[in-house]
Design a protein around this ligand. Structure first.
Ligand code: ATP
Length: 206
């Protein structure tokens, strides 16, 4: 099992941006959102179970999961939400562990937007938080998603509060300054953390 760095942060905090900087140094990434999609891809046993429970309207015409329809469904029923979580979480966990096992590198960056919310910190050897001021977060997320401010505010409100997230952090990268001004500094921080993580991974092996 590689050394596992959990990378987290709120919506639009810059997780993907920073993860890419690690990737450019050759660090393998596992994206929890992608794994969550893989376990319910077309033809998977889990998708069949979901369709059996909620009906064919939960599928798109192409037979894929209609996420908007599913969201609607569980939004209106805590029981359904619970049922879905009980189905998905063990499968995601299993797939996650299988993917960790495949990693050959000393450490892996596990990108998990809801690391704290879903109580996944126990899987991590270390937690790296991307921190950003709420007003900057809102502005960037609105712009990226072409979404309105209220929608983003609701998502921010549904996520753990900034001080709580920071309390779990072993390392923090602050991402308030614009990239044009700060990307070199961010790269330096990533490089330093990369060296530290390689050392920590090596220490753990012995
Ligand atoms: P999510 O979890 O919502 O997918 P994220 O945490 O992965 O978001 P990114 O996608 O990396 O965040 O960043 C959000 C948006 O803000 C993107 O459009 C990105 O290009 C931009 N962005 C990130 N960091 C900066 C920065 N320092 N300056 C300017 N724009 C930035």
């Amino acid at each position: 099992m590689p050394y596992i760095i959990g990378l987290t942060g709120g919506i639009g905090s810059g997780k993907s941006t920073i993860a890419e900087m690690f990737q450019q140094l050759g660090v393998p990434l596992i994206d929890a959102d992608i794994v969550a999609r893989q376990v319910v891809e077309k033809g998977s046993p889990l998708l069949d179970k979901i369709a059996a429970k909620f009906g064919k309207t939960i599928l798109t015409e192409q037979g894929e999961l209609n996420r908007a329809a599913l969201r609607q469904r569980i939004f209106h029923s805590d029981q359904d939400k619970q049922w879905l979580n009980n189905l998905l979480h063990p499968a995601i966990r299993q797939e996650m562990l299988a993917q960790f096992e495949q990693i050959q590198a000393p450490y892996v960056l596990w990108v998990v937007p809801l690391l704290i919310e879903n109580r996944l910190t126990d899987f991590c050897d270390r937690v790296l938080v991307i921190d950003v001021l709420p007003e900057i977060q809102l502005e960037r997320a609105v712009q990226r998603d072409q979404s309105n401010a209220d929608t983003i505010k609701n998502i921010i409100a549904s996520q753990v509060e900034r001080p709580t997230r920071l309390a779990y952090a072993d390392d923090v990268i602050e991402n308030n300054l614009p990239l044009i001004q700060n990307s070199e500094h961010l790269r330096q921080q990533v490089q330093q953390l990369h060296q530290r993580y390689q050392q920590l991974a090596q220490q753990k092996e012995h």
